[in-house]
Design a binder for this molecule. Sequence first.
Ligand code: DLZ
Length: 159
Amino acid sequence: MATTNLSAYDKTIIPNTSKLRFGIVVSEWNSHITESLFQGAYNTLIEHGTLEENIIRWNVPGSFELIYGCKKMLETQKVDAIIAIGNVIQGETKHFDFICDGVTQGIKDLNIKFSVPTIYCVLTDYNMQQSRDRSGGKHGNKGVECAVAAIKMAFLNQI
Ligand code: DLZ
């Protein structure tokens, strides 16, 4: 089955982001993966004109805490979009399902409750190799894809 390259997009249609402010909330669990996702997102925002001082980064312990971290950022920081970055790897128990479901529903709820969009940059994989492949490996970097989504949604929010 072909997998889309997560870093591939048409750069010519992305507007300049120099007037926008972005939040990035990063889970520390599987930090080598989430740091690569962060770098992909950060570099993409910078490439399209976002100023360094207009990217606010907060860390949270695990993906489950992304919900509260993003909520707090939405309540206290003036941002145009937030990117929630996490990585959940399947283990031997149902914990994986509960975390994935909780984070997904939680971020969905934030998008319903707040007028600022929260982008879902959470890799939910069966093993570490799949996560490596999607955080700067052979399938690109989901952080890039999510930064592009954040830019598009921030502009949509200005309508
Ligand atoms: C506990 C846990 C486990 C087993 N696995 C992951 C994971 O693969 N990815 C992740 O981001 N977090 C994991 N966590 C931690 C939970 O997200 C959360 O931090 C704790 O349950 C405390 O609420």
